[in-house]
Design a protein around this ligand. Structure first.
Ligand code: DQA
Length: 147
């Protein structure tokens, strides 16, 4: 059976494609989901792709993934820079976790330079646009092969 990777997206990413396209591009989150489905298929993985604007929902989904998934790819969006709760939930997981940011957070405002989630992530991809999600899937597949 194919291993399942949960891909979790934080606040405002539902507006991808419409919101600040000069920073985040013109692809929608549905487009990204579609591309991830295709990439996962090629890698022999299955995905569960979700987005929420609510911190507690993301915490609940990380806890769910802890039981149901083999890895997490997470773009915590603005919660990257504020959420100890999401970090704590991720710290309770023992499988591979890759953090993705569409934009290069280090090239932007200083408040975006620190991510709580990076303290747990096994890898961080930033500034590669939506391709970062596909790179994250490739990386997770490599890490899972080492199992
Ligand atoms: C983001 C970067 C965050 O700083 C920002 O709050 C987002 C998206 C990114 O994907 O580049 O909403 O995580």
């Amino acid at each position: 059976m194919a291993k399942v990777i949960h891909i979790l997206n934080g606040p405002n990413l539902n507006l991808l494609g419409k919101r600040e396209p000069e920073i985040y591009g013109y692809q929608t989150l549905d487009d990204v989901c579609q591309l991830c489905e295709e990439e996962a298929g090629e890698l022999g993985l299955q995905i569960e792709f979700r987005q929420s604007n609510a911190e507690h929902q993301l915490v609940d989904w990380v806890q769910e993934a802890r039981e149901a998934a083999s890895g997490i790819i997470i773009n915590p969006a603005a919660y990257s820079h504020t959420s100890v709760a999401i970090l704590d939930a991720l710290n309770a997981c023992t499988f591979p976790i890759i953090e993705v940011h569409i934009s290069n957070i280090h090239k932007r405002e200083s408040f975006r330079h620190h991510s709580y989630v990076s303290a747990r992530a096994d890898g961080v991809i930033a500034g590669c646009g939506t391709q970062g999600y596909l790179l994250a899937l490739k990386r997770i597949a490599t890490l899972l092969k080492g199992d």
